[in-house]
Structures are given as C-alpha cells and as structure tokens.
Design a protein around this ligand. Structure first.
Ligand SMILES: *Cc1c(COP(=O)(O)O)cnc(C)c1O
Length: 368
C-alpha cells in the first residue's frame, strides 16, 4: 500500500459522535474493587448473581456442536417456545442481541432524521445514545417525585415530529413501575401513529399490584411494543438475547432491521432451555425479591428515602455525595453504579454484598 499524502483528511464520521456520551458499563467482570481484600462484588450492572438455570449450560454446550453453521435466522424453536409461553402469535415476535439491540431496531424502523423520541429522564442510559445514533432528537422529560415517570408531561411532550415514546417500567435506575391506569390514560392521549415502547427488562421482579401489564396493553394497542430480555431474571446477560412483542406489521419491520444471524446458536439454545425451567426461575426471582424487600426496608429504617424498588436494584439519591458513597462501597469491596451528582443504583446481588452496602448507607446522612 502506498503512503497516504501527509495532508489526507481523517475518515469523515458523523458530527454527532463528538457530543455522544459513551455507554458506561459497570466494572468489567474480573476487575476487582480496591477494597477487595474480603472478596469483591459487582452490584453495578443489574446482573443476576445466580449461575444459569439447571440444564442451560449443557444445552448451550450441545449447541456448540453446530458452531461451524450459521444460526437459525428465524430462531424457530425459541420463537415457538416464546409464542406458547406468552400466548402470542409467532409473527408478533422479533428477536435481537439483547433488548438494547431490539430497541435500536425499533428506532431504526420508526425514525427519520430530525424525528423526535420522548423518554423520561433519568432513565436507561442507552436511550439518548441510541436515539441520537438513529438520527432522531431526544426529548427527555424529567421524572416526577419518587423517581416515577411523569406520563402526563410525556404525553404533553409528544409533537407532530414524535415517532417513538420510551417507557421504562420498572424504571432503571430509580425503580418504580408504571401503573395500569396512568398508562391507559397516557395511551389515550398519544396518537396511535406514535410507537410506544414498554421496556420491561425487569418485569419478572415486579410485585407492585398496580403495575401495568404490558402484554395485556399490547393486545389492545397496535402501536405498543413490549421489550423483554433474558439478561436480568434469566441470568443470560453474557449471551445477548432479548425480544419484542408487537403487532404483526411492527414485528415484521423489526425482524427486517435485525442484524442478520445476530442471535447466536448458543443464545437461542440457552433461552429455549431457560424457558423450560420456570419453577427454578421463579424460586430465584423470589429469593432476589425477598432480599430486595429486606435491603430496602433496612436502608429506609436508616432514614434514607429509597424510591419504590420493582427491579433487581434500588436507588439512593445522594446529590453531591454520590461519588463519596460509591467510593465508600468500593472500599468495602463492592462496586455500585454512581450517576453524576444524582445518586447511586445498587443491584440486589449476593447477601454478603447487599449487607456491605447497607452498612455503608448507615454511615451516610440521608439526603432529602
Ligand atoms: C438491562 C436493560 C435492558 C436489557 O439489556 P440487554 O440488551 O437485553 O442485555 C433493557 N432495558 C433496560 C432498562 C435495562 O436496564
């Protein structure tokens, strides 16, 4: 290859990249917090502390026998299993490499440059990044008291340019789930040409009796897309698999926008095997929910104001003391997820890890 001329311009990338925040992952597995002497824990990425469900590793290893083949692009076995489980038609399902990827597919099929995407803020940090990468404008609507979605303000933010509204329930990172009546009132106000995404990454952990049932909502609303994932309750975050449930035309568009052969043979096999382990799944989820109840009560009893926690995590507003709290947890051998000068999100993980964070919280004055 010949030397490029000295003045050759750098490859031209989109201007928006310079202002695009990078997704901040929790501490990578294997990197230990500084206070790791007594064993270290990662409570920064809402991962499941349990290993894969019984039989899942074996099924996944068997799938490796076909490693020289492309995966089944239609993921037929998994789609059939999901359709049966959720009682939805198979053509209402679209898979992706994690529900984050499925969300990118939603934005890709719904947004033209300059269109608007409305979401609550603070919410899942992938929302503004994916929105802007899709060429759309992000309209962030501040959360209401208690870390809840302000659905009435979100409906008011919908304009002629709005193509998608993202509703995160329960909300990552604050915790509360959207309620059935408020969602119904919201959907009555939003034009049916607007796609409404109900991101239910944590649905298995929800115990709020008033929480909306997204699958029931989708059945009456052809503009609603339900996003689910195997990353959280099912503990398959490392394999990257999630899906959407939506009316046939939307689901078909999502399948068109999927990366060809993105969902691996191992992910498909693991997901199918996991769906067959409902009893074991329920037991694990119940254990995490019990632990969540215990931890949140303990931290509230210290005087802290913890919002309703419906996922496998809880939120603590700490304002300017956010970094200090995260550092204190780090010294105790636990990484948590700080967000600027707002607060920390703490995953419900191993009992010992949860306990250490409860102890750190005891030494911090409540922020109101
Ligand atoms: C974790 C999470 C997801 C799912 O991510 P995957 O790509 O499926 O691993 C989606 N939405 C929210 C709000 C999440 O917290």
């Amino acid at each position: 290859m010949s030397e490029p001329p000295a003045a050759s311009p750098a490859p031209q990338l989109r201007d928006l990249l310079s202002s695009l925040p990078s997704y901040q992952p929790g501490r990578p597995a294997g990197q230990r917090p500084v206070g790791a002497g007594r064993g270290s824990y990662k409570l920064s990425s809402n991962e499941n502390p349990f290993p894969p469900l019984p039989g899942v590793l074996a099924a996944t290893s068997r799938a490796l026998d076909e490693l020289n083949r492309y995966p089944d692009m239609a993921s037929s076995r998994l789609v059939a299993a999901l359709a049966e489980r959720l009682q939805v038609p198979a053509d209402h399902l679209a898979l992706g490499t994690g529900s984050v990827a499925v969300l990118a597919q939603v934005l890709a099929v719904a947004c033209d440059p300059g269109d608007e995407v409305v979401f609550a803020w603070r919410s899942f940090e992938a929302y503004p990044i994916l929105t802007r990468l899709a060429g759309a404008r992000a309209l962030a609507v501040p959360l209401a008291a208690g870390g809840r979605h302000d659905l009435s303000a979100m409906a008011a933010a919908v304009s002629a340019r709005t193509r998608v509204v993202l509703v995160c329930t329960p909300n990552n990172p604050t915790g509360p789930a959207v309620h059935a009546e408020e969602l119904a009132a919201f959907l009555d106000r939003v034009p049916t040409r607007v796609v409404v995404v109900l991101d239910e990454a944590y649905t298995e952990f929800v115990r709020d009796p008033g929480a909306a049932d997204a699958l029931a909502v989708y059945r009456n609303h052809p503009n609603v897309v339900v996003l689910r994932t195997f990353s959280k309750a099912y503990g398959l975050a490392g394999l990257r698999i999630g899906y959407a449930v939506a009316d046939a035309p939307v689901a078909e568009a999502l399948r068109k926008a999927a990366l060809p052969f993105g969902v691996s043979i191992t992910a498909q096999a693991a997901a199918v095997a996991s769906l067959g382990e409902q009893t074991a799944l329920d037991a694990r989820v119940e254990a995490l929910v019990d632990e969540r109840t215990r931890v949140v009560s303990a931290v509230r009893a210290q005087g802290h104001d913890v919002p309703d926690a419906q996922g496998n995590f809880w939120w603590l507003s700490l304002g300017t003391r956010t970094a200090e709290f995260a550092a204190a947890c780090e010294s105790a051998g636990v990484s948590v997820r700080p967000f600027g000068q707002e607060g920390v999100r703490v995953t419900i993980g191993e009992h010992e890890a949860n306990e250490r964070v409860v102890q750190v919280a005891a030494s911090f004055a409540p922020v109101r």
